[in-house]
Design a protein. Structure first.
Length: 114
């Protein structure tokens, strides 16, 4: 008898929408940005970008990004930029920061070198 597959909470991503006093949207991300969840991240950024000059993605709750996730974050950055919007990553966890540093993408997302 086969058990019903239960979603693995380690492979999930939740995104909560917050808005700062100046109207800048912040995506509060928790979980993993990977092959299973990267399209969710891209969709959230793409839906907000045309109506905002800047979007912040708070990655304080993201402890893992795989190559698909990294590609999705980069694609989201490019999509936002083409819509006249800046995607900025904030509160990046050390292990995710290390990945951004190794791929030399940290400066792209936060406007400075690490």
């Amino acid at each position: 008898m086969a058990a019903n597959p239960v979603p693995n909470p380690q492979h999930t991503l939740t995104i909560e929408h917050l808005v700062s006093a100046d109207g800048t949207p912040t995506l509060l991300c928790r979980g993993r940005i990977g092959v299973e969840t990267s399209s969710m991240f891209k969709h959230e950024v793409k839906s907000l970008a045309p109506n905002h000059k800047q979007i912040q993605a708070d990655l304080s709750g993201v402890n893992f990004v795989d190559s698909s996730g990294l590609g999705a974050v980069l694609a989201s950055y490019m999509s936002a930029k083409s819509a006249g919007c800046e995607l900025k990553l904030i509160n990046v966890q050390p292990q995710v920061r290390d990945l951004l540093d190794m791929t030399r993408l940290a400066a792209v997302f936060d406007g400075k070198s690490s």
